[in-house]
Write a protein that binds this ligand. Structure first.
Ligand code: LUZ
Ligand code: MOS
Length: 755
């Protein structure tokens, strides 16, 4: 089935925040962000700004009626700065004016005096100074200390991954409206309507039932709007609360890039030990996560790094320790993969370094150590593995030996251009790692004309979740898709939603839809059974037609629903789903946190131009574990998009903060994102469809985040290409692998020798 939004997207008719018609009297908000990354506020002078034309009011923390606090996991993030600033762009005051231009002009007149304090941008420095967001955590399996003496080869090193700008096409924004008796309606570009509602209630000091948050769709989220949409929505709500006027705030691109957090950069140490047969016997890693100035979601991101520290390998002895380090950068946050990719890069770097050391291709180590069903992850869960299935299938369908021979031949003949290739096997755990977040609700109404309206906690952000929700209902009722409408995500209709995140949205909300639809269906079947005086199990509905004893009778969906109404059968249902069997104990760091894992293997081939340092990705060939995909088109789109986003993170996208904590890569002219030329010339996706039982919706496994990690293969393929030109190239395990870094690898001095 096609994505139900494709038609309106193509015609430009889909409704994003900025498409909501302006209501008369709307005011416009703009935050004044700190010009310094760290310091004490000595004086804030608003007097001139307040006199500027169009300015209605300027708010500071003193105007917060409830608590000046929006921290989700740790209460360490004020809505508006009080006496200290912790990063450049940290909101200090909120100008509300009659137009955006007037707000902008007023901002320029705000004067702030700040006593500078020491600025930290490096997570290792933060750790050394004891600046930790939460205490460090360690996952262990077996005993690495006992294992090192048993290893034939031990390799150590450092691995670093840079951050990543979310670059959702729709920037952050919100629009709030006064309702009766102090209530407020907020339209927010958020992945987490309940997060907006909960924190707006705290800030305004009113109960959650007074806050309606409504989301039609987002122009992309990628994790950037899991928690960080709340700031803008609550700033609008603060204005509406005091002024009883509609207030809109839609960030421009540079403001968004400067003021919001990104993927957490990591600086990590690793040590890997192998026996003579290339079995990985031990792995030890230490991660320094650059959290930025507040916790935001970083502690949860940190946890997922540990969950994916061994990627898709079985390692009997593991010690993985992670530090969440406080720096003076905007708070970093969720980003597709949520710390998993950062963790997986480290063990891949370790394997590749060990392979270089042994003079063998990395895939000999990778293929030897794939996790098998029954093997234990370091956190105690036993794998239900498709790792070998994916790997072996990839070798077969893509004839990898031919690819390897082709590359060898090419490299032997070509001087200026060199090719490289890498395997990237992946394994990603599906479920929120915080077990209570794994629940969802759906509200299904069947109207008297037989049409169906569905609300869930799922937020449509381009990933196609609404199409999947529709498919679930159409499947259960066996009705035409055009009978069904997926309504907006709204906190008055669906309460206590988890954010649309963790790749789990279709699973959780889809199961809730399934439960609600089945409850209505059961009542309809009961009614038809009475009418035809047959047992219930002899009644079914197929293609809008009632069947009795498997044969169609003169009774269709429309008639069934009309009768249902006349006979006063409940044609609405609220479904609740909580996946069974999930548990985790942070004290022992053991449990069963994931409903299941998604597996896959990609093979990436690249060509570098050894004169220029530029490169192309020739092909990425993927065998991906879909379970049994319920929508091949949407899932293919998720794989392609995730892959290219991963390639961007690994190759082009370079976030640069200077030592004052200022973002230098603050526009699309200085921050390079993948374009059509960065897309692999060939993307070949082989669907591994299995009939096995799993906990996914209609057995169709989650597909949001896992494919991003195929992009990691590009980094290692580029290294291999560089080494084909210069076998002794010394290349740090540091991303992104920009053309400049390729040139450094090709021609950089081997050692700097002191004269
Ligand atoms: N968000 C979250 C996530 O709150 N918990 C998670 O485990 C998670 N995983 C992936 C992406 N977002
Ligand atoms: Mo996410 S990183 O699933 O919002």
């Amino acid at each position: 089935m096609k994505n139900i939004d494709s038609f309106s997207h193509l015609r430009g008719e889909s409704i994003y925040l900025d498409d909501v018609p302006l209501v008369a009297g709307t005011l416009f908000a703009l935050a004044f962000g700190s010009p310094h990354a760290h310091g004490k506020i000595l004086n804030l002078d608003l007097s001139e700004a307040e006199k500027m034309p169009g300015v209605v009011r300027i708010f500071t923390y003193k105007d917060v009626p409830g608590e000046n606090q929006i921290g989700g996991i740790v209460p360490d993030e004020p809505l508006l700065a009080e006496h200290h600033v912790h990063f450049q762009g940290m909101p200090v005051a909120l100008v509300v004016a009659e137009s955006v231009e007037e707000a902008r002009n007023a901002i320029k007149k705000i004067k702030i005096e700040i006593e500078p304090l020491h600025i930290i941008t490096d997570p290792r420095e933060a750790r050394a100074k004891g600046e930790l967001i939460v205490p460090p955590r360690t996952f262990t399996l077996g005993n690495v200390e006992n294992a090192w003496p048993l290893c034939a080869h031990i390799v150590e090193g450092v691995a670093e991954t840079n951050g990543q700008e979310h670059l959702y096409i729709e920037t952050q924004g919100a629009y709030s409206f006064p309702l009766e008796n102090g209530s407020i309606r907020i339209i927010s570009s958020t992945q987490g309507p309940t997060a907006v509602q909960r924190h707006a209630a705290i800030v305004l000091g009113i109960p959650m039932h007074m806050l309606e948050v409504d989301v039609t769709r987002l122009g992309g989220g990628f994790g950037g709007k899991e928690d960080q949409a709340s700031m803008w929505a609550i700033l609008c709500a603060l204005g509406t609360h005091h002024l009883r006027k509609p207030v809109k705030y839609s960030l421009d691109r540079m403001e968004d890039m400067r003021m919001t957090g990104k993927r957490n950069p990591y600086s990590s140490d690793f040590k890997i030990g192998l026996d003579k047969e290339l079995n990985i016997i031990a792995f030890e890693s230490t991660y320094h996560q650059n959290a930025g100035a507040a916790a935001d979601l970083s502690p949860a991101v940190l946890e997922r790094t540990l969950f994916h520290s061994t990627n898709t390998y079985f390692v009997p002895n593991v010690k993985a320790t992670a530090y969440s380090c406080r720096t003076n950068l905007p708070p970093n946050t969720a980003f597709r993969g949520f710390g998993g990719p950062q963790g997986m890069f480290v063990i891949e770097a370790a394997i590749h370094k060990a392979a270089s050391h042994l003079g063998i291709p990395a895939w000999e180590i990778q293929s030897k150590n794939l996790i098998q069903t029954g093997d234990e992850f370091p956190f105690g869960q036993k794998a239900e593995s498709e790792a070998s299935e994916c790997w072996v299938t990839a070798n077969q369908v893509f004839e990898t030996e031919k690819i390897q021979n082709g590359i060898e031949k090419f490299n032997a003949e070509s001087i200026r251009f060199k090719k490289g290739m890498a395997y990237m096997p992946i394994c990603f755990g599906i479920s929120f790692t915080k077990t209570p977040m794994n629940q969802a609700r759906a509200l299904v109404h069947v109207y008297t004309d037989g049409s169906i309206g569905i609300s869930t906690g799922a937020v449509e952000m381009g990933q196609g979740v609404n199409t999947k929700m529709l498919q679930v209902a159409a499947h259960v009722f066996s009705v035409e898709a055009n009978r069904i409408k997926i309504h907006t995500t709204n906190t008055f209709r669906i309460s206590n939603t988890s954010p649309s995140a963790a790749s789990a949205t279709a699973d959780l909300n889809g199961k809730a839809v399934e439960i609600a639809c089945n409850a209505i269906l059961k009542r309809l079947i009961q009614m038809a059974a009475e009418k035809y005086e047959v047992p219930e199990n002899e009644v079914s509905i197929e293609n809008e037609q009632v069947l009795i004893f498997g044969k169609p009778v003169n009774y269709n969906w429309s008639q069934l629903i009309q009768d249902g109404y006349l006979k006063r059968v409940a044609l609405s249902e609220h479904g609740h789903y909580a996946p069974p069997g999930l548990h985790y104990d942070p004290k022992t760091e053991k449990g069963h946190p994931f409903a299941y894992h998604v597996y896959g293997t990609s093979i990436t081939e690249v060509t570098i131009d050894c004169l220029r340092g530029t490169y192309v990705v020739d092909s990425v060939k993927i065998v991906h574990d879909f379970g049994m995909s319920m929508n091949v088109r949407i899932d293919r789109g998720q794989i392609e998009g995730g892959l290219v986003q991963g390639i961007g993170w690994m190759t082009l996208e370079e976030i640069v903060y200077d030592e004052t904590g200022r973002l230098r890569s603050n526009a699309l002219s200085t921050y390079k994102v993948p374009d059509i030329y960065s897309v692999p010339k060939e993307i070949d996706i082989h669907f591994l469809q299995t009939k096995k039982e799993n906990m996914a919706i209609l057995r169709s496994k989650a597909v949001g985040e896992p494919p991003l990690m195929y992009g990691i293969g590009t980094y290692f393929a580029l290294r291999n290409a560089i080494q084909a030109y210069r076998s002794d190239a010394e290349i740090p395990y540091s991303t992104p692998m920009t053309p400049e870094k390729v040139l450094m690898g090709l021609y950089g001095k081997k050692e700097v020798v002191n004269a």
